[in-house]
Design a protein around this ligand. Structure first.
Ligand code: SAH
Length: 346
């Protein structure tokens, strides 16, 4: 890679149009190249067949296209596919295709590693190396869309930001990627089919509300009692539940969007009636949905999935309080592709 050359996909369409004008060409050439780069997903300047050879050479001497490369594909017995994706600087992230009856979901990463320290999550063991660029996030989606068409004969239908990293700590780039994913010049997907999952960064949740984003929000709560939440998600000491709750109230006021909570019930950690009561109290202020997610063990055995009796107690008590609850089974466990198992082990 020539480090002196700029990544052409860091340019906006306007900048690309201006570049051609400065080069003595016409602005519309910028539109053509932009379309190749984004909706057509060109990996090289040679692919741009309606652009003259001289122009392609000129582009090549000025720019590079830092496209991601799928390093390894693993397929699970249940149809889940995990991609290990190599970035232009050699770092690796993972993204997952999750097929279900009526949908195909892409689970994408937003950072290389993660700076949070959730004790039950494999990614937290990897140091956060850097944020992903918008195009690196976008490319993961394009790859999974292609795989969905190839292996499941249908396009990708949903996206969840539940891969590696904390999306709200790379907010600007995540937003730019979603803009591209939802734009007619990109994949033209509906923002309603995109979920950004966060451990809960209050300031950024408020910013999302102010920005009037159209995608959905999920909060990884796991406990509504500060002491317990801090013991499993130590960053809760910095962003305690009261601040998170205040930000979510702000979010609901502005967007009127239901809030989804991701919640794992562990044996001996958050499996008592008291824990459920705290959860109900925490989320009652707005229409809420609680996804009780299955725990995917990450080898040291410190955390154990709670008994089905405890899960049933959660379901019964939440329903009795008119809170929607679902019990979600994990996919792709045999290839370490399930939630919290992404750790570049392959
Ligand atoms: N940082 C973001 C997104 C990545 S984690 C967030 O925290 O939401 C995506 C989801 O996987 C979160 O709900 C997280 O709590 C959950 N998760 C992490 N480790 C897990 C594990 N071992 N088993 C099941 N879910 C896990």
């Amino acid at each position: 890679m020539d480090i002196k050359k700029k990544d052409i996909r860091a340019l906006t369409k306007e900048q690309l149009r201006d570049f051609f004008v400065i080069e003595g060409d016409q602005a519309f050439r910028g539109n053509q190249v932009y379309e190749w780069l984004w909706s057509k997903g060109a990996h090289s300047f040679e692919d741009m067949t309606n652009v003259s050879k001289e122009t392609r050479e000129m582009l090549k001497s000025n720019f590079v296209i830092n496209h991601i490369k799928v390093d390894q594909i693993q397929k699970s017995n249940d149809g889940t596919i995990k991609n290990a994706v190599r970035l232009h600087d050699g770092l690796i992230v993972e993204s997952v295709l999750i097929p279900a009856k009526n949908r195909t979901t892409a689970c994408v990463s937003s950072q290389v590693g993660c700076s949070l320290d959730c004790r039950f999550c494999a990614t937290s063991r990897l140091k956060r190396m850097r944020n992903l660029n918008p195009d690196e996030i976008y490319d993961q989606v394009v790859v999974i869309d292609k795989e969905s068409r190839l292996y499941h004969n249908r396009p990708l239908s949903n996206i969840v930001f539940m891969g590696m990293g904390e999306p709200l700590m790379n907010y600007n780039n995540v937003l730019k990627a979603i803009d591209k994913i939802t734009s007619p010049e990109g994949l033209a997907m509906s923002p309603k089919r995109i979920v950004v999952s966060t451990s809960g960064v209050p300031k950024m949740i408020k910013k999302m509300a102010d920005d009037e984003v159209k995608f959905k929000l999920a909060v990884s709560l796991h406990s509504a009692i500060d002491e317990i939440r801090t013991s499993i998600m130590p960053f809760n000491a910095t962003f305690p539940l009261a601040d998170l709750r205040e930000a979510l109230e702000y979010w609901y006021e502005k967007t009127k969007n239901r809030i989804t909570y991701e919640y794992i019930v562990w044996d001996g950690i958050n499996d008592t009636k008291n824990d459920v009561e705290a959860l109900i109290k925490f989320c009652k202020f707005a229409p809420s949905k609680v996804n009780l997610i299955e725990y995917n063990p990450i080898d040291d055995g410190e955390f154990q999935q709670a008994s089905s009796k405890a899960i049933d107690m959660y379901v019964d008590m939440l329903e009795a309080n008119n809170i929607t609850v679902t019990v979600r089974r994990s996919r792709g466990k045999d290839i370490d592709a399930a939630c919290g198992q992404l750790a570049n082990k392959a």
